[in-house]
Design a protein around this ligand. Structure first.
Ligand SMILES: [Zn+2]
Ligand SMILES: [Zn+2]
Length: 210
C-alpha cells in the first residue's frame, strides 16, 4: 500500500488532471491513479465507511482532481463520487448512499503558513494583514506543501467527510424504532420489500399491528 496519495510538482507542469476509478480519459495532461484513493493515510477512513474493495456491495470511488499551477500556488478543483455505508440515525438500518464530494481548494508553500502565523504575533495590525491574506485566497480551503510534492490525503478525507450527512436517514420518511420495544417500524426494508413489524409481546403496540 502506498504511504500517501501524492504528486510531485514536476509532474504537474502548468496543469494536470488526476483521475481514478474510471476509464474515460479527458483530454489534456492526464494521470491515472492506479490504486484509487487507498493509502496508509486514508485506509482508516475508507474502512470506517466500507469503501475498500473487500466489503460487500462495494462500488469503486470515482473522480478527478484538476490541478492548475498559479505562481507558487496550486488550485485544485474536482469531484469524487462514492457510496459509503451509513447507519440511519432513526432505524439503525445500514445503507449505502451515493454521494458526490466537490473539491475546491489551494495548496500553498509551507513557508506561506509560517509567514501568516508569525504575523499573528506581531501586534495589533497583524490581524488585518492576515485577514487580507486569507481573503486573497478567495476564502477557499488552503492546504500546505513542503518541498516539491503535494500530498492529497488530508484534503481528500476532509472533502469526503464534508459530503457525508451529519444525520443519515435510510429514507426521508423513516419511521425509526418503537420507543417501547425497539422494533423497526418501517413497513418496507431498505430495498423496498414488504416486511413484518413484530412488536415484542410485552409492548403496548403488540396487538395493534399484529
Ligand atoms: Zn431509517
Ligand atoms: Zn414496540
Amino acid at each position: 500500500m502506498k504511504k500517501n496519495i501524492s504528486l510531485s510538482i514536476p509532474k504537474i507542469g502548468n496543469e494536470v488532471t488526476v483521475i481514478f476509478g474510471k476509464n474515460d480519459k479527458p483530454l489534456g495532461n492526464v494521470l491515472y491513479l492506479e490504486d484509487g484513493l487507498v493509502s496508509e493515510s486514508t485506509i482508516g477512513f475508507l474502512t470506517e465507511f466500507s469503501l475498500t474493495p473487500n466489503f460487500q456491495e462495494y462500488k469503486s470511488i470515482t473522480g478527478f482532481l484538476k490541478i492548475v499551477k498559479e505562481h507558487m500556488l496550486f488550485r485544485i478543483s474536482g469531484e469524487i463520487e462514492f457510496e459509503p455505508l451509513l447507519e440511519c440515525v432513526r432505524s439503525l438500518t445500514e445503507f449505502r448512499s451515493k454521494l458526490s464530494a466537490q473539491i475546491n481548494c489551494f495548496y500553498t508553500p509551507q513557508s506561506a503558513q509560517e509567514k501568516s502565523i508569525s504575523n499573528t504575533f506581531k501586534g495589533s495590525n497583524s490581524k488585518n494583514e492576515q485577514d487580507e491574506w486569507e481573503i486573497g485566497l478567495e476564502d477557499l480551503e488552503t492546504y500546505y506543501y513542503n518541498g516539491n510534492i503535494l500530498i492529497f490525503d488530508e484534503m481528500i478525507i476532509d472533502s469526503l467527510y464534508c459530503a457525508i450527512p451529519e444525520l443519515p436517514l435510510c429514507r426521508e420518511n423513516c419511521l425509526g424504532l418503537c420507543s417501547e420495544c425497539g422494533e423497526e417500524l418501517n413497513l418496507t426494508d431498505i430495498n423496498g420489500k414488504l416486511r413484518t413489524v413484530n412488536h415484542k409481546k410485552n409492548c403496548s403496540n403488540f396487538n395493534k399491528l399484529n
